[in-house]
Design a protein around this ligand. Sequence first.
Ligand code: HEM
Length: 258
Amino acid sequence: VPLTYASYLSLDDLLGAQHPRTEEHDELLFIVIHQVYELWFKQLLHEVAELQRRLEAGDGPGAAGTTRRVLAILKTVVAQVDVLETMTPRQFGTFRGQLDRASGFQSAQFRELEVVLGRRDRRGFAAHPEGTAARERLEAAFRRRSLLDSFARYLVARGYDVPDAVLERDPASPAEPSPALQDVLCRVYADEGEAAQVCERLLDIDEGLLEWRYRHVVMVQRVIGARPGTGGSAGAAYLRETLLRPIFVDLWAVRDRI
Ligand code: HEM
């Protein structure tokens, strides 16, 4: 059978994968937008894995190219909030009751992205019971070096004297702020070279995720107000707590020293 557009893209599967639980007009948008997000999360995980390989190989220009792509995707997913914000509270109310306890809170790929970037906190894992494929992926990512750890290796490849304690840290333990690494980062910025550019692009990624969190919580406030979430949290109040929690703490810590 000759390849076609539809077969190459598995369109029968893709376009057959929307299963609204009601006859309400607005439910399809809600499903489609979440599916689009999950596809982008898949692509982001794919790109960040490549970014880690390039950093560990000391390939600054290659890493810069991949971060540009990651950022373009992040900008796109942030902008997509506009589409869902066309849904009014009344429209959401027509089918929200059918969502049971389902929530974006249970997005395994979003959690994996946080872990891959450097978050080491199993609080979000409870939605994925031990033994499930999602939990195994999360645990595997938890034990692997994070983007931050790969970045430390890149700095070594560029000739910076990164402390052994940073390079040999257990990837599964929370990355505590490291004054020694911050001193290295100050030298990197003072050199104003390629490595300083890479630092800025990583900060862009962190900021991109914060931007998504901000747009998401404002959308939540606008669509469900102060109601609790379907995932069992306090809703917008819970999400507000995640707003100023960046991942690359050392990069943020040096802003007033560089
Ligand atoms: C009408 C639209 C939406 C509403 C009202 C909404 C509501 C919420 C609420 C209340 C939470 C907190 C957990 C809970 O108790 O459920 C949450 C978390 C979350 N939502 Fe949404 N959401 C919406 C759209 C989206 C979209 C389009 C995505 C894209 C995948 C998404 C992804 C997430 C993620 C990843 C979390 C976990 C955030 C974290 O724990 O840091 N949400 N959402």
